[in-house]
Design a protein around this ligand. Structure first.
Ligand code: PNS
Length: 164
């Protein structure tokens, strides 16, 4: 069976941890759609179009990976794309409560769709987009946390915002 998976997230910005999940899920599913979404709990630094542009550049080597964005409910988007699986990365136990709630709520809304959690690679388990932005804002090194293209994008954005 050719299973289509959606990997949704804010990706604000994409990190090495996200890339690890994309690479591993591309080996498990016929197609992986990396879907940039709005998280109403977070303010974003990058526009949706900027995040899509960064992710397309980072994933071009995987033929079965597409990058897209959506507004509205994740399950509505997944249904439109005929996806059977939602992929999420789990870094630590602190992520679990939120992921547990989302997975159950999405299952209630769309019983035919399953969420699978991949443990983020050990060396990426402490990386988050928020911490990347905070370190960059105070002039710290983010080289090992994000791909090189993303690093340039982050600093350019901060310069534009007059923060660095
Ligand atoms: O990377 P994030 O910020 O943890 O991703 C969260 C995201 C974007 C996947 C989540 O907020 C989401 O699914 N947003 C779309 C709206 C939706 O379906 N909300 C109900 C989730 S149960």
């Amino acid at each position: 069976m050719r299973i289509v998976a959606v990997y949704p997230g804010s990706f604000d910005p994409p990190t090495n941890g996200h890339l690890d999940i994309i690479e591993r899920s591309s080996r498990m599913f016929a197609k992986v759609i990396v879907a940039v979404a709005r998280n109403i709990r977070k303010d974003s630094m990058f526009t949706s179009a900027e995040r899509v542009r960064m992710l397309r550049g980072l994933t071009s080597q995987w033929e079965n990976v597409e990058v897209d964005s959506f507004n509205g409910l994740l399950v509505d988007y997944a249904r439109k794309k005929e996806a059977r699986v939602l992929v999420r990365g789990l870094r630590a136990i602190s992520d679990f409560e939120y992921e547990f709630q989302m997975a159950h709520m999405n299952k209630k809304l769309a019983p035919e769709i399953d969420t699978i959690m991949l443990m983020t690679g050990e060396r990426h388990s402490y990386i988050s987009s928020n911490i990347v932005k905070e370190i960059a804002m105070f002039g710290g090194r983010i080289d090992d946390l994000v791909p090189p293209g993303v690093k340039d994008f982050v600093f350019k954005k901060m310069k534009g915002a007059g923060r660095k």
